[in-house]
Design a protein around this ligand. Structure first.
Ligand code: AMP
Ligand code: MG
Length: 525
């Protein structure tokens, strides 16, 4: 089979494909019936160095649908393994994703361009290599929201509707996402080679990763120890930031953990509404292995699997390597907490982690028992300072929790006073009405609101967008161009998550109906 070749707005390099067929198997996309755009991300294409005029964008459609090949690309499916829900699977790989190649951005950054849902590959096993429209819309919205929140992630360059159905429980419209990532190398990529005992390939992969993501490790005395530590630091930073904004990845299998420390593989993921560490939305995660509050310990478990892959590179004597890995992982918890509580301290305007930690823990306990919305709670703390009254926070008890008893109000007021005393002790004015010092408060609140989003992609809103997109496809006629007003509105709002303009928007509000709260998502297949 061959595909027509078209001029590419990107200049491709193919360094991963060049590692050889044990890493990446040449695989062409499978053409689709009647591709049309759902979304195109013009700001991202500009970041990638391409000025996407309407004509260039239109010319790109067949290539992003898998109906044509961009000149210079060497499409491949990447091999990887992985621990899924704790069990090792020696062969996963890109079952429905095809890497077109890498490009270098004007800032000199190397980025993968990948099609997700572009047809069967040698790794498809029993799957069809396709993606349904719903999961593509979710990944588009959530990954772009994550980026706007300032958290490392793969990006969405485009979503194309294929014009042909995929068959899940029912026939659904099919779609293809064009994904941009620093790389698609996962912990599972290391496991693929390490578990087969292919130490030469583990070394080649490690050297590729060091050259690509962690150049400083090449200069270290022990480069592979440095690599382990760099990946651990990157993933700690990532997961701590997820938790800071209430994100649950939902399927933290080792094949879904990017070595570059980006959020990858948006499947049954979601942002939490009311705070509860046991929250998980994945229909397949019956035991809650990947619940919100388990993400720290799962990360440590995943990093232990990564360390196992590097043992034979770290030292010739594996016992020495094991001792090193144990010692490095023993420091994990403290390292994670330092990052996490550092971030949480900022959310409540405190400079000292030590002062903030018990105050944050007490707040989270209150949010949990009172079922208070996580995002709104932190945002309203800013309002408390700006308005010089506890009212904006206390209102959450009436509006968004199923409780609101007087004794619980007292507990909340006691916490607010404790928090304000801590602010006062660090020299911040907290009582705008008493001393009229609103300017000092404004600066403090501004700092807080830069890490407390006013809007997140809430599940019920994302679902409404998907329902609309599916309905548009099902009712589409040749004469009416498709448009997706809900998608456009939510996508637009999520570009500026910290802007106070969203505080009064319906899109920012928590779910009100019980069925919206008992939300479940299914793996993005
Ligand atoms: P995920 O749960 O999306 O991270 O995928 C886990 C594994 O299943 C990966 O190897 C995927 O490539 C593969 N996979 C998921 N969906 C499909 C599909 N529709 N067709 C083929 N392979 C798939
Ligand atoms: Mg995956």
């Amino acid at each position: 089979m061959s595909l027509p070749q078209i001029t590419s707005p990107f200049t491709f390099q193919n360094t991963y494909a060049a590692l050889g067929e044990s890493f990446a198997v040449p695989t062409l996309p499978t053409p689709v019936a009647a591709p049309h755009w759902l979304a195109f991300n013009a700001p991202l294409s500009a970041e990638l160095g391409v000025n996407m005029t309407v004509a260039v964008q239109e010319a790109l459609l067949p290539a992003l649908a898998g109906n044509a090949l961009l000149a210079g690309s060497t499409p491949v499916a990447q091999a990887y393994a992985g621990h899924q829900f704790g069990h090792f699977n020696p062969q996963l790989g890109d079952g429905r994703a095809i890497l077109l190649g890498e490009i270098i951005t004007p800032q000199g950054l190397r980025k993968d361009i990948q099609l997700k849902g572009a047809g069967m590959t040698p790794f498809s096993r029993s799957g069809d290599g396709r993606a349904a429209l719903g999961p593509v819309v979710r990944e588009y919205l959530l990954s772009e929201a994550m980026h706007a929140l300032g958290i490392k992630t793969t990006r969405a360059l485009a979503a194309v509707v294929t014009g042909q159905p995929v068959y899940r429980e029912t026939p659904l419209p099919g779609a293809i996402l064009t994904r941009v990532a620093s790389s698609h190398i996962r912990i599972g990529t290391f496991e693929y080679f390490a578990r087969r005992g292919e130490i030469t390939q583990v070394k080649r992969l490690s050297d590729h990763v060091i050259a690509r993501h962690y150049r400083e490790c090449a200069k270290a005395q022990a480069p592979y120890k440095a690599l382990f530590e760099a990946v651990m630091a990157a993933q700690i930073d990532l997961v701590a930031r997820w938790m800071q904004v209430g994100f649950i990845h939902g399927v933290m299998n080792t094949d879904n953990m990017s070595i570059a420390g980006e959020t990858i593989d948006y499947g049954p993921c979601a942002f939490m509404d009311s705070y509860d560490p046991a929250t998980q939305y994945s229909a397949i995660d019956v035991r809650g292995r990947y619940a919100f509050g388990h993400q720290k310990s799962i990360l440590q478990w995943n990093l232990a699997r990564f360390a196992e892959c590097l043992l034979r590179l770290i030292d010739e004597d594996v016992d020495v390597s094991v001792a090193y890995a144990e010692q490095a992982l023993a420091g994990f918890s403290e390292q994670f907490d330092a990052v996490y509580f550092g971030l949480m301290a900022k959310k409540i305007g405190l400079q000292s982690r030590a002062v903030a930690e018990p105050i944050v823990i007490a707040l989270l306990a209150l949010l949990e028992t009172l079922h208070i919305d996580y995002t709104l709670a932190f945002r309203q703390l800013g309002q408390v300072l700006l308005m010089g009254t506890n009212e904006p926070f206390l209102q959450l008890l009436n509006d968004h929790s199923q409780t609101g008893q007087p004794e619980q109000q007292q507990e909340v007021i006691a916490w607010l006073e404790r928090w304000k005393s801590a602010l006062a002790e660090q020299g911040d004015s907290v009582d705008a009405s008493a001393d009229g010092n609103t300017a000092a408060n404004a600066a403090l609140v501004q700092g807080m609101q830069q890490v407390n989003p006013a809007i997140i992609p809430r599940n019920h809103q994302v679902e409404a967008v998907i329902t609309e997109a599916v309905a548009v496809q099902q009712n589409m006629t040749a004469s009416t161009p498709a448009c997706y007003p809900k998608f456009e509105a939510l996508r637009h709002a999520l570009q500026t998550p910290y802007d106070s303009v969203h505080e009064s928007s319906d899109l920012a509000q928590p779910p009100t109906r019980a069925e919206q709260r008992s939300y479940k998502t299914f793996c993005g297949t």
